[in-house]
Write a new protein. Sequence first.
Length: 249
Amino acid sequence: MSEEMRVHLEMATEANLAAGLSPAEARYAARREFGGVDQTKEAWRDERGIPLIEDLLRDVRYALRQLAKSPGFTAVAILSLALGIGANTAVFSLVNGILLGSLPVPKPQELRVIQWSGVEPKIRSMTGNFNIIGGGSGSSSGSMTFGTSPGQRALVDSFTYPLFRNLREQGAAQVDIFGYADLTGITVRARQEPFVAAGLLVSDNFFTGLGVRCRLGRLFTAGDDHTGAVPIVVISHKWWEQQLPWIPV
């Protein structure tokens, strides 16, 4: 850049000499016409490079130099930023999981968890009881909640299987009602050593109610949840990758 500027000044000086100026006047006129050397260099650097990035790097270097002069203030600032970013990340993760995230099924906003309330409800056992979901408008979820003091009303989302079938038959014309019950501590054996897994005991319309399809094999059909039916298991894609990788898709 310096060499190019020198050549330009010499050419302008020669042009002024040819116009009849003295050598001193020719050099002065050439410099005056050319402008400040430092300012011209900065202008050419901006045109040659990426001004935004270069300005950002220059600001970062200046900020680092200023922070190095006050290590105590720097430590407090970094700690405050770390706490603030960590708290915001935790809050966003919570809000995203509860409010913003949706189930990976068609029309998740139309799912409803059916619940009932009563004073001191007594659930004999989770075995044989279903959590019931119905298609509607909007999305919600629930869990079993009992009163903390005698006589207090509680909200429960667990139903006996006969009551579930009764609700399902009565609401068949309006919504698709399906149920599930948690299964934990299941012993699974498939070619390898047995291992313990978790799953759900679901009604035969569970997947059709959710509107999902399978990648391989088939899902449940009508009557698969009746007594005496052949046991059928549906596994998730993630569980297949982890436990049954030898089965091709």
